[in-house]
Design a protein around this ligand. Structure first.
Ligand code: CA2
Length: 148
């Protein structure tokens, strides 16, 4: 069975590689998308990779994922720490969602320690930079195979 996954990226992640490389690294989001595409081929996963700066658009993508994908890897950016609406959207779609962050949010400012995504996520990967994306893809594939 070929599983299909959505990798969804939230606000400001389109700026990756252009500013604050000390925190987020020098890799651009386009670079990350390429490495996810090549990992998807290795893992035989179908992949959709999206980014939006808008909370409403992210919610629409989550709703669409219910019809199109088996799981979601979600870097919700700063909305992680604020958005009950994204938490409700994740709860409503009934798909496994892996919460992902480039940085270790628990080692940063205290306002980043709170995640509205974590209680409704399958699990959380953070602190491994861009490598976290392919780690999350492997974790999702293992989960989907185990649950089938
Ligand atoms: O570590 C992560 O992946 C975050 O989700 C990134 C968010 C931050 O608000 C979360 O607390 C942790 C910020 C993304 C902003 O990315 C930028 C990249 C380059 C320049 C400016 C912002």
């Amino acid at each position: 069975m070929t599983y299909s996954i959505l990798i969804l990226n939230g606000p400001n992640l389109n700026l990756l590689g252009t500013r604050q490389p000390d925190i987020y690294g020098a890799t651009t989001l386009a670079d990350i998308e390429q490495s996810c595409e090549s990992e998807a081929k290795k893992l035989r996963l179908a992949l959709d990779f999206k980014q939006s700066n808008s909370e409403g658009v992210l919610i629409d993508y989550l709703h669409q994922a219910r019809e199109q994908h088996h799981g979601v890897i979600f870097n919700a950016g700063a909305y992680t720490h604020t958005s009950v609406a994204l938490m409700d959207a994740i709860s409503s779609i009934g798909l496994p969602v892996i919460e992902l962050h480039l940085s270790n949010i628990h080692a940063r400012e205290s306002f980043r320690h709170k995640s509205f995504i974590a209680p409704v996520a399958l699990g959380q990967i953070c602190g491994f930079g861009a490598a976290g994306y392919t780690l999350a893809m492997n974790a999702m594939k293992t989960h989907l195979e185990a649950q089938s």
